[in-house]
Design a protein around this ligand. Structure first.
Ligand code: SDX
Length: 428
């Protein structure tokens, strides 16, 4: 193993360099503090690897995304979401027999404990569905005591299946509750994504027929959102899991983090931004706002911490948006017109070129989901539904790592030096 050396005051330290399969090497600094008494400093972790992982790899400069080595384009084109879940969890694409068994297990865990329904009654109808999801997913640990012992491999496996299986049911309930319609129970003869569409859009008064084009499109959208290395919400799940918290609580923490507009909340924010821009002629004003250092406005759905090239998921999302709009007979969606025009202008603007700001996965997803009938408040819920498998696969990898320990970053203290207490009468 090669090494690098660090000279600090009168100290010199050799730091081992570790190679991965592909991508940047890492300098192992785990012994740094013990040997020199100093910490590294990297707020936002722009240059810091938090773990070793075999699950997902991103080449931000080339716009490459691999799930267990398979390019996202091939999985989106040829695979389906549950097969991708198996791949992320177990490391290889399933054989036909393995896939059938996995699909059977997920299908037969889609119902939630009926008392969960009372949780929803406690919310106002206008509660944001992400607030409901954080609450209900965390509450699952109150119902499924037989799959919260993380030291038991069988219980871990059951918790993984339960999480993947129950997210669509809870997400559909959150949507139904917000529109005052009765909950629709899952139907086992439907595939995962068709089941979710039916739970969202069926009503008791008539049979609901799933549109296979829309179901395939949404299944592909789930594949695109399934995992993405150590992003903010995945890192949250790993950190929560490192304390030994049960998997349901860890996923609830991930949902809470994903909600932010800089992360998974960007799909909802991007559609609101496109609606606010309204018409292509208004684009220059918003481009100027995005470039203005004194204006907090950012182009939502643009830019990425890792991708300094086109997000490969955005390309597939754009194609899917066209397919869905065509299938639904939506000839000219003004939001799509604005999005395409905005993308073309931004990609030629030197500010965006110089800062390598490209559309990300959230730029086109909202247009597609809105066309399918989802309200903007549900967009991040769908992101959380799809990302649950990534979170749980990363949690599984961490828990099964024998060298795993609780995550506990340090800091650079810039506060007051030691000082003595002053009684209130002596304070000015
Ligand atoms: C997701 O990490 C993941 O993998 C996340 C994700 C996943 O699958 O898990 O891919 C999902 O979260 C996608 C990102 C969704 N967020 C948005 O679309 C919100 C808009 N984008 C940004 O706020 C921003 O681009 C981030 C948060 C995504 C990335 O921010 P960074 O890496 O911290 O970069 P930065 O904020 O330091 O920006 C670098 C420069 C800054 O200018 P300077 O200070 O250098 O002058 O670029 C500018 C920023 O002001 N900039 C933007 C911009 N994004 C960055 N300017 C205008 N519009 C933008 N969208």
């Amino acid at each position: 193993m090669s090494s690098s050396s660090l000279a600090f005051d009168d100290k010199k330290l050799d730091l081992p360099i570790k190679d991965g399969t592909i991508g940047p090497k890492v300098v192992d600094i785990s012994k740094l503090y013990g040997a020199t008494g100093v910490f590294t400093y990297d707020p936002g972790f722009t240059s810091t690897a938090s773990c070793e992982s075999k699950i997902t790899y991103i080449d931000g400069d080339e716009g490459v995304l691999l799930y267990r080595g398979y390019p996202i384009e091939q999985l989106a084109e040829h695979g389906d979401f549950l097969e991708t879940c198996y791949l992320l969890l177990h490391g290889d694409l399933p054989t036909a027999k393995q896939k059938d068994a996995f699909v059977y297990d997920v299908t037969h865990h889609t119902m939630v404990h009926d008392q969960m329904n009372r949780f929803f009654q406690g919310f106002r109808r206008d509660a944001h569905p992400m607030a409901i999801m954080v609450a209900c997913v965390g509450a699952l640990s109150a119902f499924y005591h037989d799959s919260t012992d993380i030291s038991d491999e069988t219980q871990r496996m059951v918790a993984q299946i339960r999480m993947i299986a129950k997210m669509p049911t809870l997400a559909a309930c959150a949507y139904k509750y917000s529109i005052g319609q009765p909950f629709v129970y899952p139907k086992n003869e439907l595939d995962y994504t068709s089941n979710f569409l039916r739970m969202c859009f069926a009503v008791p008064c008539e049979e609901y027929k799933v549109n296979p084009i829309l179901s395939r499109a949404l299944d592909r959208i789930f594949i695109l959102h399934a995992d993405h290395e150590q992003n903010a919400s995945t890192s949250t799940v790993r950190l929560a899991g490192s304390s030994g918290a049960n998997p349901f609580a860890c996923i609830a923490a991930g949902i809470a983090c994903l909600w932010g507009p800089a992360h998974g909340g960007a799909n909802e924010a991007a559609l609101k931004m496109l609606a606010e821009i309204g018409r292509p002629e208004n684009i220059p004003k918003y481009i100027a706002k995005a470039k203005d250092k004194n204006d907090p406005f950012r182009l939502m759905g643009f830019g990425h911490r890792v991708y300094k090239n086109y997000d490969p998921r955005a390309r597939i999302m754009q194609k899917t948006a066209h397919q869905v709009l065509t299938e639904l007979g939506i000839k000219d969606d003004p939001l799509l017109d604005v999005a395409i025009e905005l993308e073309q202008i931004a990609l030629k603007d030197e500010y965006f070129v110089e800062k390598k700001l490209y559309p990300n996965v959230d730029f086109y997803s909202g247009i597609t989901l809105k066309a399918m009938g989802f309200p903007t408040s549900m967009f991040t819920v769908l992101f959380a539904l799809a990302r649950t498998v990534g979170w749980i696969a990363q949690w599984k990898e961490m828990i099964e790592d024998p060298s795993q320990k609780i995550g506990r970053p340090r800091q650079l203290y810039i506060g007051a030096p030691r000082r003595d207490y002053t009684p209130v009468g002596q304070r000015s």
